[in-house]
Each structure stands twice: as structure tokens, then as C-alpha cells.
Design a binder for this molecule. Structure first.
Ligand code: F6R
Length: 630
């Protein structure tokens, strides 16, 4: 949610580094963008005796920003900061876009997060004579730092670091900030609850909300921890301290991500690219973990908490959005195979509902980004109540990955498309591994079943590839549903595929803006059936499992009311096509793993309906990839 990029170093290509980096971070927010360029004395005729900071901001994406910057602007600087915004306080506009500058122009900063007590700080600043140009909490922070800077000026003139340190002590909320000033060459950054990574390149530092803008220049990254402040001095030296100015030894991590992974690779959208990567990303998740024969699954990340998992009376799984749907599939698999009761909660509800957590309970957080504010806060609250924390996370080194006592990476690679696709199947595959591992160790899975489950899971990547080989046919079927007259869609399924009905509906609504709802097929007659008419299509997921007959009856109920039906069925099913208007046939697998296959055509259907309706599938309106605010 909001992306920050900065370059500080010895080279003068800062503006290009920052603009390119912002393009890579646009998935975090894209309603406005801005860039502040610092010129050293002598680099501009009007800057002979001090630094000058020029600030360019625009409503819209990074392209709009770039196009709005006059050609006359000197496009060379070794100190530049930039921002791409997902609005929280104040509408998307040039005025509310970052970077924000303090009233007396001493402080320019970019910020990701939310300053919760900004109204209190704002009132104090107004009493001190401050005026504000924007509606943002960030401008309040810029002014609050300036206020501190001026307050300490007589004793410690020009000490930007101390001013930031003092200002942040008064701040309640989440922040990742990058601060520059015309009065010093030092660049200050700090973070709490919002991510900030500092890439250490040969010629300087590339700072960003995540590693994607950094890997082009270096793979060596420091992930700033909460309440740490980093200072870059002389454009070359970095020093990290905590809020009390105690020095901290930086931990430099190697980031395993290359540029190809973050580009579109010939597809017309990141979403389509990521849908097509799934045979490989599911394989990456199970590779090395899913052993041959009767050998135990190799999941070293679980070992530290295996005793707690095995004796858990109850497991909680918390997540948001698509990850919450993965949590529901995880519940079904763990309960079926391990026979441990599982409670699934929305993280945003869990954190405020005073849940009954007993010491020793295990709380699993599922998250693609590893930065979702609600999931993180819910896990922190669970830890305070004595729970063991387990993370199922995609982004390596993310906040939740570091917060958990143990966990599994899903190894889906960077997901740029805002609508989650490959990260979801990675999460479901990870939960499948966890369920098998627990079930086997608890003695609930006999040898035959163990071998059958393993072989079925192993076959999934090839089956996903087979479904994707029918992409053209699936898109052609989806074309039958692109007409705007279809304004409501129902997604119906039972059992293991009910979470996929929810996921199919979410995917459609978030990228096409059509209204869609997922329902257990058996619940339809208790209300949603009232919606059915010729303009409200139903998407049925009815693989060849124990619920098949019941779901067929539900489908007939829809047809009897003139509803249009698209059905996802298994190969060999001849009955469904005599009832449904369209069928998509997919391979069979173990019933509990079927969600990994049934979701694929639903992703393609959403993609096609959204594209045909002229929507940008990678950047759906109002959404952001990494939701680091509550
Ligand atoms: C939907 C989507 C969101 C995320 C949700 C949680 O396609 O991507 O619903 O699943 O915001 O995000 P993570 O998984 O990063 O915690």
C-alpha cells in the first residue's frame, strides 16, 4: 500500500532509478505519484550555496507523472526520492500526492503507512502557526519533523536525524519514511509496521518498499526493522540505530530474485503471466518437500513448532481476502487428514474479537505479501496471549515471515498482478503439504493413503498445465458472459470447492467490477435463488466427488428459473453438459486437492470478462497489492 523508492549515491542517474523503481512498485498503489530531486550546490544556477529540492507530483500513475515533468528539468541527481500512492487520507490529487514538503520547506519526505494520531499533531501544529496544503497525514508528519528540527536548532543546528528521532517518538501508527532536506546531505529513513528495504549497490543505495526496484542494481539488501532509523551520510556510509539512538549491526541479506521474474515475459498482463506460471510455481512449492515413497515430507521450516502443532487442541488460521480462501481450503485438508479442529478467521475480525486462545495454541497466518497489517497485528496479539505463530508466506524476508516462530515459504515468486492467482495456488499447495505431514505424523494416514495422496499432489502441476493448454477454449466460453447485462454472478459449490466458489467470485468482482457472490450450493435455496434470472449467470463447480449428485440438483434448480449456467466438471462427465449452457472439463485428482485445479478456469474466466469490459486486470480500481493499513 503505497510504494517508496529512493536513490542516494555517487552516480547521477537517481531520477531514472526512482522512476523505474516506481513503475515496479505501482502494484502497491497507482492513484498518484511524485518525485523529489535534490540538487547539490552548483548543480543548478540558483543553488550555488545550498541544496535545492524540486518536487514533481501528479494524479494518476507513474507514466502520468513522468509525462508531466517538463523537459527543461535537470534529469541528473545523486539524491532522489519518489512515491506511488494508494489514497488513505484525502482523495487522489496532485495536492495530496507525495513527496510532501513542510511549511518552511526544510523537510521533504515520502511515507507509506498511516499516522493514526495525525489529527492531534495537526492541532498542535496549527497552534504553532502551521498551515496545511493537503488533506494528508503525511504532510502533518513532515511539519512535525520540521517543528522538532526548529525546536532543537539552537542547540543542535541542522540535526535532521535527531529531529526525525524526536518526531517519531510522538507518532502513533505505521510508517516507512524517507526524508531529505536542503539543509543537510544526510538522508534519513525509518520504519514501523510498514516495510522498507535498503539495497547496497557499488555506487550507493537504492531504498524501496520491497526488493523489486532494488534487484536491478544489487542483491544485497538490509530490511530495516520496526523502530529503526537509518542514516546515509556523505552519499556513501550507512548507520542504523534504534529510536533511542543505540547503534544496531545491520544484517545484509541476499535477495534471490531476478529481473525476468518481475517482467511480463511476453504476456499482455502480469495476471495472465502469473496464471500461466502456476504449473511451475506449484511445483516450486512442493519440490524438495514432497518426498518419494513412504519417506517423511521434508519441511524443515516446520520442525521448530512441530511438537506444538501435533498436540494442538485447535489450530487457528487467520488471513485476509484470497489468502482467507486458502485458509478455508487448509482447514478442510487439515481436519480431513489430521483430524485437528481448525478455526478460520478474518484477521481483521480476529484481532478485535477477544478470541479464546490458550497458551500453546498454534495460529497460522497465511499471507502472500507478508505485510498485511491486519494479519500481522492479529498474529502479534495471538503471540501476546501465548500462541505459537506459524507463517505461510510468499515474500521472503517480509514482516510476517520474520515475525513467525516457524513457517513455510510458498515459493510462488513475485506476484505483481493485484489480483492474486499463483500466490493462491501456492498457499493451497503449502496447506496440502502441511495437512499431509500432520496427518501422517499423527498416525491418521495409512501407507496406502499416504502414497496415493503424495502421488496425487505430485500430479497437480502437470494437470494445471493441461487446463492451461485449453486457455483459448476457456476464454471463448467466458466471452459468452462478457455482456454488461450480466451484472450479478453466483458461484456455487460444495465441500472442498466451496472456498473456490468464494475465490472465483472475488476474482471476478475485483477485476471486472461485476457483482459476484460465492455460496455453498446447498444454501442457494435459502435466499440467493431469488437473484436468478436470465441476466444472473451461475458458475457451478461440480467435480466428480461425493457431492456431485446434490450439486447437479442445485444446477437444475437454476436452469428451471431461466438462469444461465457455466459448469466446471471433470473429464468424462456427460451429464452436466446436458443441463448447463457451457461446461469446462478438467482432469480429476484426489478430492481434497481439487481446489488447485478448479480455481484455474475461474481465474481465466475473470480475466476474460474483465478484459472484454475494458478493465485493467493488473491494476483494479481502489485496490492495492500489499495492504499495510488497517
Ligand atoms: C485478492 C487479493 C487480496 C489479498 C489480501 C491479503 O486477489 O489479492 O484479497 O489476498 O489483501 O493479502 P496478503 O495475502 O498479502 O496478506
Amino acid at each position: 500500500m503505497c510504494g517508496i523508492v529512493g536513490y542516494v549515491g555517487s552516480k547521477y542517474y537517481g531520477p531514472d532509478v526512482v522512476i523505474n523503481g516506481l513503475r515496479r512498485l505501482e502494484y502497491r498503489g497507482y492513484d498518484s505519484a511524485g518525485i523529489a530531486i535534490r540538487y547539490n550546490p552548483g548543480e543548478r544556477t540558483d543553488a550555488m550555496y545550498g541544496n535545492v529540492i524540486e518536487n514533481w507530483r501528479e494524479k494518476g500513475g507513474v507514466d502520468e507523472l513522468y509525462d508531466s515533468i517538463p523537459e527543461s528539468v535537470i534529469w541528473e541527481s545523486n539524491c532522489v526520492i519518489g512515491h506511488t500512492r494508494w489514497a488513505t487520507h484525502g482523495v487522489p490529487s496532485r495536492r495530496n500526492a507525495h513527496p510532501h514538503t513542510s511549511m518552511n520547506r526544510t523537510i521533504t519526505l515520502v511515507h507509506n503507512g498511516i499516522i493514526e494520531n495525525y489529527e492531534t499533531l495537526r492541532k498542535k501544529l496549527i497552534q504553532e502557526g502551521y498551515e496545511f496544503e493537503s488533506q494528508t497525514d503525511t504532510e502533518v508528519l513532515a511539519n512535525w519533523i520540521e517543528y522538532m528540527y526548529n525546536k532543537i536548532y539552537s542547540e543542535t543546528p541542522g540535526d535532521l536525524e535527531l529531529a526525525v528521532r524526536l518526531a517519531l517518538k510522538d507518532v502513533v501508527g505505521a510508517y516507512a519514511i524517507l526524508v531529505i532536506s536542503p539543509e543537510t546531505d544526510n538522508v534519513i529513513m525509518a520504519k514501523k509496521s510498514s516495510p522498507l528495504a535498503i539495497g547496497i549497490a557499488d555506487d550507493g543505495f537504492v531504498i524501496a518498499s520491497d526488493a523489486t526496484p532494488i534487484v536491478e542494481y544489487t542483491k544485497d539488501v538490509i530490511y530495516l526493522e520496526d523502530e529503526q532509523i537509518a542514516v546515509i551520510e556523505n552519499n556513501s556510509d550507512i548507520r542504523i540505530t534504534d529510536l533511542n539512538a543505540v547503534e544496531v549491526d545491520p544484517v545484509i541479506e541476499r535477495v534471490d530474485l531476478d529481473l525476468e521474474q518481475i517482467e511480463k515475459g511476453g504476456f499482455d498482463s502480469f495476471m495472465m503471466k502469473e496464471i500461466n506460471e502456476q504449473p511451475e510455481t506449484i511445483q516450486n512449492c512442493i519440490r524438495g518437500r514432497l518426498t518419494d515413497g513412504l519417506d517423511q515430507l521434508m519441511m524443515g521450516g516446520i520442525d521448530p513448532v512441530m511438537p506444538q502443532l501435533l498436540r494442538a487442541n485447535k489450530i487457528f488460521i487467520i488471513a485476509c481476502g484470497t489468502s482467507w480462501h486458502a485458509a478455508l481450503t487448509g482447514k478442510n485438508m487439515i481436519e480431513k487428514l489430521a483430524r485437528i479442529p481448525v478455526e478460520v478467521d478474518y484477521a481483521s475480525e480476529f484481532r478485535y474479537k477477544d478470541p479464546i486462545i490458550k497458551s500453546g495454541d498454534v495460529v497460522i497466518g497465511i499471507t502472500q505479501s507478508g505485510e498485511t497489517a491486519d494479519t500481522k497485528a492479529a498474529m502479534e496479539m495471538a503471540r501476546e496471549r501465548g500462541a505459537t505463530l506459524f507463517g505461510v508466506v510468499n515474500v521472503v524476508g517480509s514482516s510476517i515471515a520474520r515475525l513467525a516462530d516457524a513457517g513455510m515459504y510458498t515459493h510462488s515468486g513475485i506476484e505483481v498482478g493485484v489480483a492474486s492467482t499463483k500466490a493462491f495456488t501456492g498457499q493451497v499447495a503449502a496447506m496440502a503439504l502441511l495437512a499431509i505431514k500432520l496427518g501422517r505424523q499423527l498416525g491418521n494416514i495409512n501407507d496406502d493413503t499416504y502414497l496415493r495422496l503424495k502421488s496425487s499432489l505430485k500430479s497437480i502441476p502437470a494437470k494445471v498445465a493441461k487446463i492451461l493448454s485449453q486457455t483459448e477454449d476457456i476464454l471463448a466460453i467466458a466471452d459468452e458472459y462478457t455482456d454488461e447485462k450480466y451484472h450479478d454472478f453466483l458461484y456455487l459449490a460444495r465441500g472442498h470447492n466451496f472456498p473456490i466458489a468464494l475465490e472465483g467470485a472475488l476474482k471476478l468482482k475485483e477485476i471486472s467490477y461485476a457483482h459476484a457472490e460465492g455460496y455453498p450450493a446447498g444454501e442457494m435455496k435459502h435466499g440467493p435463488i431469488a437473484l436468478i434470472d436470465e441476466n444472473c449467470p451461475s458458475v457451478f463447480i461440480l467435480p466428480n466427488d461425493k457431492d456431485y449428485g446434490k450439486v447437479i440438483s442445485n444446477m437444475q434448480e437454476v436452469k428451471a428459473r431461466s438462469g444461465k449456467v457455466l459448469a466446471i466438471v471433470n473429464e468424462g462427465d456427460e451429464l452436466a453438459e446436458t443441463i448447463a449452457d457451457h461446461v469446462i472439463k478438467i482432469p480429476e485428482c484426489e478430492e481434497i486437492f481439487m481446489p488447485l485445479l478448479t480455481v484455474i478456469p475461474l481465474q481465466l474466466i475473470s480475466y476474460q470478462i474483465a478484459t472484454a469490459r475494458g478493465k485493467n486486470v493488473d491494476k483494479p480500481r481502489n485496490l492495492a497489492k500489499s495492504v499495510t493499513v488497517e
